[in-house]
Design a protein around this ligand. Structure first.
Ligand SMILES: O=C(O)c1cc(=O)[nH]c(=O)n1[C@@H]1O[C@H](COP(=O)(O)O)[C@@H](O)[C@H]1O
Length: 232
């Protein structure tokens, strides 16, 4: 829970767009209302990794959301390669072997975030995937493992943020997708909070995609989200 001096840094805009030209247009329209962008595999597989490097060179913070999960050697070497892209964050799934490998491979100040249980999952989805624990317990268990392994941050829903903070303490970041302004459509997200609720629950960063990427005025929505967190 490091001090975040610029309140805009709390908002990470998910650039889930089909191509680099669309991402460039959105970044341009948002202007200085956002400082931090997430590149996931939709854009990543369409030239987005080179674009992420460019954004970083232009002074934006970048988050590579590659959600790595593989045998340890592949994860470790993959993280080593990703460490050269100038990013601030990189995601891996919160499996102990994967997290240990990621910590071994990280370099150049890249922080590793562990995705505990996807925010599109509820208890029924976890059961269907073969887990005996309810989501809140699975998130707590994986957060404790991430803490013990030395992961830099946890990705969970803001619904679990207070419980996760008790597990990981103040040194570890909590980053929460599944964020929706009060009037926004949920889409496929199931564990959801507003930006203000998330901030009050003690998160470090929120991740917001469609409410911004699909807005008529993305800059205004980004500004509103930052202001809502500041007022929380
Ligand atoms: O790792 C993530 O960023 C992530 C983890 C998670 O549990 N849930 C989740 O929604 N995300 C990502 O956060 C973004 C949320 O997008 P929206 O639902 O459009 O706001 C997407 O890019 C997801 O891939």
């Amino acid at each position: 829970m490091p001090d975040i001096a610029d309140p805009r840094d709390r908002l990470i805009v998910a650039l889930d767009l089909p191509d680099v030209a669309a991402a460039e247009r959105l970044v341009e329209r948002i202007g200085d209302a956002a400082t931090f962008y997430k590149i996931g595999y939709r854009l990543g597989y369409a030239g987005g990794l080179a674009f992420a490097e460019r954004l970083a060179r232009q002074g934006k913070k970048t988050f590579l959301d590659l959600k790595l999960h593989d045998i340890g050697n592949t994860v470790e070497e993959g993280v080593r390669s990703a460490s050269g892209l100038g990013a601030t964050f990189l995601t891996v799934h919160a499996y102990p072997q994967t997290m240990r490998a990621a910590v071994k491979g990280r370099g150049n100040g890249l922080k590793i975030l562990a995705v505990t249980v996807l925010t599109s999952y509820d208890d029924a989805d976890a059961t269907e995937a073969g887990y005996a624990l309810p989501v809140t317990e699975l998130v707590a268990q994986r957060s404790a493992q991430a803490r013990d392994i030395g992961i830099d941050g946890i990705v969970c829903s803001a619904v679990e943020a207070e419980a996760v903070r008790r597990v990981v303490g103040t040194e570890c970041l909590i980053v929460t997708p599944g964020i929706r302004p009060a009037d926004a459509a949920l889409g496929d997200q199931k564990r959801v909070m507003t930006p203000g609720q998330a901030r009050a629950a003690g998160i470090d960063h929120v991740v917001v995609g469609r409410p911004i990427t699909g807005a008529d005025d993305p800059r205004r929505i980004a500004e509103r989200i930052v202001a809502e967190m500041e007022g929380a």
